[in-house]
Write a protein of this length. Structure first.
Length: 147
């Protein structure tokens, strides 16, 4: 079990408890977590308050730079296109994620990550952890029952 994926899932559990879609993220530099984040869209009513964006913003503040070239991000769920764009723009080296949004190898995430039009490429690495998928399934099952 990867300790950084576990830390991202712990953040996702915080989101779940807060009534948010359970996605969490941590940014790692030199083998240490330098920032954490979890979804806060509902509580903030701000569309961009995704786990990855929050973790990236905190890491940038901590390092005093928007360039996170020597950092990796660990996320409980494969990033959406907006968050992937933020990871590319922040110059993150690797994105490790625990659950896939889709099983298609031609999904938008892979297209953006491998685009020749971007000045930076980021590696996408799946570290499958069923805890992330289970948390998401539980959340959406609960939401459907409530409706």
């Amino acid at each position: 079990m990867n300790k950084f994926i576990s830390a991202a899932i712990k953040q996702a559990q915080k989101a779940y408890t807060a009534g948010e879609i359970p996605v969490g993220a941590v940014v790692v530099k030199d083998g240490k977590i330098i920032s954490r984040g979890y979804n806060k869209r509902e509580s903030s009513q701000i569309a961009t308050k995704h786990a990855e964006i929050i973790a990236i913003e905190k890491a940038c503040k901590k390092l005093g730079s928007w360039r996170l070239e020597d950092c990796d991000i660990y996320v409980s769920l494969e990033p959406c296109p907006m968050c992937l764009g933020a990871c590319v723009n922040a110059r993150l080296k690797n994105i490790y994620y625990a659950a896939e949004q889709t099983s298609s190898s031609d999904n938008i995430t892979n297209l953006i990550a491998s685009s020749n039009r971007l000045n930076h490429k980021v590696n996408l690495i799946l570290i499958k952890d069923e805890r992330a998928s289970t948390l998401l399934s539980q959340f959406f099952t609960q939401k459907r029952r409530a409706n």
